[in-house]
Design a protein. Structure first.
Length: 365
């Protein structure tokens, strides 16, 4: 892995965070506690596989059994599918609070086995987020948690929870690799704290970043402090589509992301207040590209990308408007990943709170 600047070492994770694959099956792992991103050769043992579906019931219980803990102590922070073997990788937090431990796990598609991915004496590289919020930054990031963390509120006929945490914990909220560049969304130590960083890979000191501004339809104002929660490459990697809490979908051309500058996004959709975007992917169906958005308040949302291209920016406080969308009767989906060209792998929670891995046919979405 010399061509990517990886050397034998240790990825010393202090917290579990977002993960995504890059070239040659290299996995990027974000660690907000140390404000670093690691690149690791996971040495995936699986052969190049087809696009057959993969399903696993009670994945939280099975992971808990492997880690020697109860399912309630398993927090799956992110999910990624290896681009060749299609083995499933989980960024897992074991436990809660200060005692929580980060773990990287692999689930084999051929036999359903769960294994710990070694991060000691592995080919590794790391890069620090030099603009990360300090440990003692007293600003808070507000999220709508899926579990029982946070403070409970009544909104109309709904009971919701709001979790407020130091913005350091949202230094990295999501990552995507595009054409030699790792795009890293999150919060920074700047006054306008919403940030998108561009990190060349192999890693170097040439980390650039832009502050982001969006019009938030539900809030009825322009915002620079709300972080991107999840995003995907768009238009051949020349732009991104990003989603924020309460729940705008925003388009950013990468050409606008000049180092040190503020980029203003084009809000193209509003998916509703009191809602948290959880994950996004795009896929091809009948020759057309579509966006899928998993969220906390609705079923899986499907948007035709051709409608995004024609959508003027939303700049007025109104009820949910923008591009047309379909809401699929698929509740409880927390994570999404492309599984070959014909399936989407989802991490889905049932009414009892148990979590399952399920494959959805793209042709049926």
């Amino acid at each position: 892995m010399g061509e990517f600047g990886l050397r034998a070492g240790r990825a010393d994770l202090r917290s579990a965070g977002p993960i995504t694959f890059g070239p040659a099956g290299i996995l990027f792992l974000a660690d907000n506690a140390s404000a670093k991103v690691f690149a690791v050769d996971v040495a995936d043992p699986g052969p190049a596989d087809g696009s057959e579906p993969f399903d696993m019931e009670n994945v939280d219980a099975r992971v808990g059994s492997f880690l020697g803990c109860e399912p309630g102590d398993v927090v799956i922070k992110d999910m990624a599918v290896h681009p060749l073997s299609h083995n499933v990788y989980l960024s897992v937090q074991r436990g809660h609070g200060d005692a929580a431990q980060p773990v990287l796990l692999r689930i084999g598609r051929l036999d359903g086995s769960i294994t710990d991915v070694p991060l000691d004496d592995a080919p590794v590289a790391e890069v620090a987020m030099g603009d990360a919020p300090a440990d003692d930054d007293d600003r808070l990031d507000t999220t709508l948690p899926l579990g029982d963390e946070g403070e409970e509120f009544q909104v109309g006929d709904r009971t919701i929870r709001i979790l407020r945490q130091p913005i350091r914990t949202s230094t990295v909220t999501d990552m995507v690799y595009v054409d030699g560049m790792l795009l890293v969304a999150g919060l920074s130590n700047e006054e306008f704290s919403s940030r998108l960083r561009r990190i060349p890979f192999p890693f170097s000191d040439e980390v650039t970043g832009s502050s982001l501004e969006i019009f938030h339809v539900s809030h009825g104002k322009w915002e620079t402090a709300a972080p991107i929660r999840t995003f995907v490459p768009y238009d051949g990697g020349t732009s991104i589509l990003a989603s924020y809490t309460c729940t705008p979908v925003v388009h950013f051309p990468l050409a606008d992301l000049k180092d040190g500058a503020k980029a203003v996004g084009r809000t193209v959709a509003e998916l509703g207040a009191v809602n948290q975007p959880l994950d996004m992917i795009s896929f091809i169906q009948d020759g057309q590209e579509y966006l899928l958005v998993a969220n906390s308040a609705h079923g899986l949302v499907k948007i035709a990308c051709r409608d995004i291209d024609d959508q003027p920016p939303l700049t007025e406080p109104q009820q949910p408007i923008g591009v047309p969308r379909q809401t699929k009767d698929l509740q409880g989906i927390r994570r999404l990943a492309n599984l070959g060209a014909h399936h989407v792998l989802v991490l889905q929670s049932d009414d009892a709170g148990r979590q399952h891995l399920r494959s959805l046919k793209t042709a049926a979405l």
